[in-house]
Design a protein around this ligand. Structure first.
Ligand SMILES: Cc1cc2nc3c(=O)[nH]c(=O)nc-3n(C[C@H](O)[C@H](O)[C@H](O)COP(=O)(O)OP(=O)(O)OC[C@H]3O[C@@H](n4cnc5c(N)ncnc54)[C@H](O)[C@@H]3O)c2cc1C
Length: 339
C-alpha cells in the first residue's frame, strides 16, 4: 500500500505539470498511466509534430515537450506507475483508496484526474482464440523485440505501426504482413520498403485478408485468415500482432459516482474540484464554461488544483502563496544550488 499526498491519474502533459505544482508547495505525488510511457496524447498521437503555443517555447514537438516536463519534475522524485489503469476508488476514513488493474493500492487524501480523453487502449481482435492468447502469443504492442527472434510472426494492420514493425521484425523473424485492404495507409516510403522486402522474399504480404481465428492448445500454432470471397487459409505461426490503432475509453472513471457531462467531468473553477471532496479534474477531461482543450489551460488548472490539495493533505498548516523566484523553501524542494 502506497501513501501519498496526491494521486495523479494520467501522465499526459497536464498530469506531469501538476506534479510540479504539487512538488513546489511540498506535496508528494504518485502518478499512474495506462500507457507504457509518459506524455499522453503528445507522445501517443503526435510525438514528431511541432507545437507552437506553449508559453515561452516558440516551437517544440510532442516528444520534446514531454521530455522537458519530465526533466522539470525530477527534483520531486514522483513515482510514475506505467502500464496500469486506475480501476477503482473508494472513500476510506478521510482518505481515498485507489486500486489499479494490477491490484496496486494507494491511499491519498487527494486524487487529481488528468485523464485526458480517457485511457488509450489498443483496438483488439474479436475472433476466437484472441483473448485466450492475449500477451501469450497475441500482442498489441512490443516491449522487447527479442521475443520474436527466429519465430514466425503474423502482423495485422495497414498503418505506420504495422508497416514499421513488419520492416523491423523482418530482420530477425519470419514475417507475414496481413491487411484487409490492398492499399496500405502508412507512409509512402514504408509502403515502398515493405514491397521491396516482399520482392526480396524477406516479408510475405497477404491482402485483402482478415483474421478469422487464432488456434493452438497451450500456445499459438496457427491462424485462419479469410479473403473478401470468404475463402479461408491457414498460416502456421508463433505470434500474432495487431496494430489497429488506439481507442480512447473513459473506462472505469465513469463508475466512480462523479458528475459527468458527456465524456467530461464538470468542475468548480475556483479549485477544479469535482462533485466529490478531494477529487479534482484538470486538462482535457474537465469541463466548465469557456474550457479550452489546450495544454496551457491544463497547466493553470493543475496549479489551482494543487493548492486545493494542500488544504486536505496538510489540514493543520496554513498555505502561504510564494514565488519560485524568491521562496527559499520552494528553491530547496527544487534542488536549486546557492550561487
Ligand atoms: C494531433 C493533435 C495535435 C494537438 N496540438 C496541440 C497544440 O498545438 N497545442 C495544444 O495546446 N494542444 C494540442 N493538442 C491537445 C493536447 O494534446 C491536449 O490538450 C493535451 O494532451 C491534454 O493533456 P492531458 O494531460 O489533459 O490529457 P492526455 O494528454 O490525453 O493524457 C491523459 C493520460 O491519462 C491516461 N489515463 C486515462 N484514464 C486513465 C486511467 N483510468 N488510469 C490510468 N491512466 C489513465 C491516458 O492513458 C493518457 O496518457 C493536440 C492534440 C492532438 C490530438
Amino acid at each position: 500500500m502506497i501513501k501519498t499526498d496526491a494521486l495523479v491519474i494520467g501522465a499526459g502533459p497536464v498530469g506531469l505539470f501538476a506534479v510540479h505544482q504539487l512538488g513546489i508547495i511540498g506535496l508528494k505525488a504518485e502518478v499512474i498511466d495506462n500507457l507504457d510511457k509518459a506524455g499522453g496524447q503528445c507522445i501517443e498521437l503526435y510525438p514528431d509534430k511541432p507545437i507552437y503555443d506553449i508559453p515561452a517555447i516558440p516551437e517544440c514537438t510532442g516528444e520534446t515537450l514531454t521530455k522537458s516536463l519530465i526533466e522539470q519534475i525530477k527534483p520531486f522524485r514522483a513515482n510514475i506507475h506505467l502500464g496500469e489503469r486506475v480501476q477503482e476508488i473508494k472513500k476510506e476514513n478521510n482518505s481515498w483508496k485507489i486500486t489499479t488493474n494490477k491490484n496496486k493500492v494507494f491511499i491519498s487524501p487527494n486524487i487529481i484526474i488528468a485523464a485526458g480523453v480517457g485511457s488509450f487502449e489498443p483496438r483488439k481482435f474479436s475472433v476466437i482464440g484472441a483473448e485466450k492468447f492475449e500477451n501469450k502469443g497475441v500482442h498489441y504492442s512490443i516491449k522487447d523485440k527479442k521475443l520474436f527472434e527466429k519465430k514466425r510472426v503474423c502482423i495485422f494492420g495497414g498503418g505506420d505501426s504495422a508497416l514499421d514493425w513488419a520492416i523491423e521484425l523482418s530482420k530477425i523473424a519470419e514475417v507475414t504482413l496481413i491487411h484487409r485492404r490492398n492499399e496500405f495507409r502508412g507512409a509512402q516510403h514504408s509502403t515502398d520498403l515493405v514491397k521491396k522486402l516482399e520482392k526480396e522474399n524477406k516479408i510475405k504480404i497477404k491482402t485483402p485478408f482478415q483474421i478469422d481465428s487464432v488456434n493452438g492448445k497451450d500456445k499459438v500454432t496457427s491462424i485462419i485468415i479469410k479473403g473478401d470471397d470468404e475463402k479461408k487459409e491457414e498460416i502456421k505461426t508463433d505470434f500474432v500482432l495487431g496494430f489497429f490503432g488506439l481507442i480512447m475509453k473513459l473506462g472505469p472513471i465513469a463508475e466512480w459516482g462523479l458528475n459527468l457531462d458527456k465524456k467530461t467531468i464538470p468542475v468548480n473553477t475556483e479549485n477544479f474540484q469535482t462533485n466529490k471532496e478531494g477529487i479534482f479534474a484538470i486538462g482535457d477531461i474537465c469541463s466548465y464554461p469557456g474550457k479550452l482543450k489546450l495544454i496551457l489551460s491544463g497547466f493553470h488548472e493543475g496549479a489551482l488544483a494543487a493548492r486545493a490539495c494542500f488544504k486536505l493533505a496538510r489540514p493543520n498548516e496554513k498555505y502561504r502563496f510564494e514565488f519560485t523566484t524568491t521562496s527559499k523553501s520552494m528553491q530547496k524542494r527544487l534542488g536549486v544550488k546557492k550561487k
